[in-house]
Design a protein around this ligand. Sequence first.
Ligand SMILES: [Zn+2]
Length: 233
Amino acid sequence: MGSRPAAGTTAVLMLALLALLAFDATAFEGNQQREGVTLTYRDPADALDATMRARIIETFFTAYLRERADFHPGAPAQAHIVIDPAYDGVAFVGEGDGAATITINPGWLAKHPDDVDLVTHEAMHIVQGYPEYANERVPGWLVEGIADYARDRYGRENAAAGWALPTVVKPGQHFDTGYRVTGAFLKWSEARNPGLVKALDAALREGRYTPALWDQRTELALPALWAAYVQAR
Ligand SMILES: [Zn+2]
């Protein structure tokens, strides 16, 4: 009789311990520091395996340290990456727990495991750190174009993902199409006007971007520069 409750209690304790171990096994959190930048990686649902985790962390540091050094050394020294199965987009940057946070949908990476350089694009958004988004002072097409320009320049596995900036202009595309279309235009323009992207980025961050900046840096108004680009392609 006497041993029964004890056995029951032991069983309950064992179950509680197993539950704790299971909880630990299904939640990953870790910190890594490189060259003064600390990354906190959190995967509360243990949605991605250790191999993908290592690729994400490596891609982040490879891209962010260079993007930060080249464009904005004052960009945050703390960043978070959160793996969130409840997020149904691909990835985005926001603030979480007081730090710039890249939220990633693990379902996307499960289907597109070579698209890990989405981290390179998002890391550039942390470097950009513009005070506004999608208005006249900070046009969304330019913000996304610069992020894809950075993905092309600093990415590690773009070729494996079949990801590249386009080399042709398709009907209906314009300088303000954004993402890769604008990224390719920026790359072409930068090659002819070194320092252009850095100047655009700084102006966007400081709230002094206007289309006239293109004239000043390239001696062509934006529509004329686009026309020259289309001609060249
Ligand atoms: Zn973006």
